[in-house]
Design a protein around this ligand. Structure first.
Ligand code: DGL
Length: 280
């Protein structure tokens, strides 16, 4: 990568679907001069119930695609994908900067007054080594209780963010954590950020909800500064969003979720072909 490409390239971001847009939003807010390229692998959403091997192979192909399109850093805006592929990708491409995510157990353990921290995430995230190491590091300082959010990712994808059915699904997974005394609720799946109004309503005002997106954006900025990847030349960044799913549906979701944050965006489709991503 030349010095010029390093600076003018985009921040590559991916998730299984819309969830990573909660991370994109923070990146666009904290790094307004940067271009971004976002891939939503909606052909395969949800990732959370798939095997680690399968998710890893999707992630590798998406990372390769993003790098081919000129990404100067790759942000895995998905806890399940990070659990399956972050270490693997770093090993495979040691020269590439990867930023991943994990449930924000550390600040929750620091802030809890009841000594109980609740984590909501998908099954894959709880099975990964990243979560195992979080428990090893912080599990002695607080009781960390977990719950798999069945059906929530699907409901965010379909736009059902404030329905009675979603409220019922959320209540089923939050109630056990709350009745065990959790006063910190960690959102361990980027999709759940879009359920914040319902989560706040069910949790009540005494419970803190921890969304890791601002910290992930901060870490992205930190890594870019360290590697001299910050684009200091331009005004506002341009944003491209691609889906492996249905471009029309994706576009209407983006109009709802992205328009308040930027007017410089475009969208399109990308297809899976023999395990690789190619432009439509
Ligand atoms: N948004 C992803 C995460 O943060 C998971 C969504 C999925 O299961 O596809 O874990």
């Amino acid at each position: 990568m030349t010095k010029q490409n390093r600076v003018s390239g985009s921040i590559g971001i991916f998730d299984s679907g819309l969830g990573g847009l909660s991370v994109w939003r923070e990146i666009a807010r904290q790094l307004p001069g940067e271009n971004t390229l976002y891939v939503a692998d909606q052909a395969h959403v949800p990732y959370g119930s798939r095997s680690m091997d399968e998710i890893r192979s999707f992630c590798e192909a998406i990372a390769v695609f993003l790098l081919e399109q000129g990404a100067k850093i790759v942000v895995i805006a998905c806890n399940a994908a990070s659990a399956a592929a972050l270490h693997y990708l770093r090993k495979l491409y040691p020269d590439v900067a990867f930023v991943g995510m994990e449930p924000a157990v550390k600040p929750a353990v620091k802030n809890t007054r009841t000594g109980v921290v609740g984590v909501l995430a998908t099954q894959t995230t709880f099975q990964g080594k990243l979560f195992e190491s979080l428990i090893a590091a912080y599990g002695n300082h607080a009781r960390v209780v977990t719950c798999v959010g069945h059906g929530l990712v699907e409901n965010v994808e379909s736009g059902a963010v404030d329905t009675l059915e979603t409220e019922k699904l959320l209540k089923e997974c939050m109630d056990p954590l709350l009745s065990m005394g959790a006063d910190q609720l960690v959102l361990g799946c980027t999709h759940y950020q879009f359920l914040m109004p319902l989560i706040r309503k069910l949790a009540g005002s005494a419970v803190s909800i921890i969304d890791p997106a601002p910290a992930v954006a901060l870490q992205t900025a930190r890594v870019m500064k360290q590697r001299q990847l910050i684009n200091t030349n331009q005004g506002k960044g341009r944003h491209v969003f691609l889906t492996t799913g249905k471009p029309e549906t994706f576009k209407s979701n983006l109009e709802r979720l992205i328009t308040p944050f930027t007017d410089k965006w475009e969208t399109g489709g990308v297809n899976w072909q023999s395990g690789c991503l190619v432009h439509v």
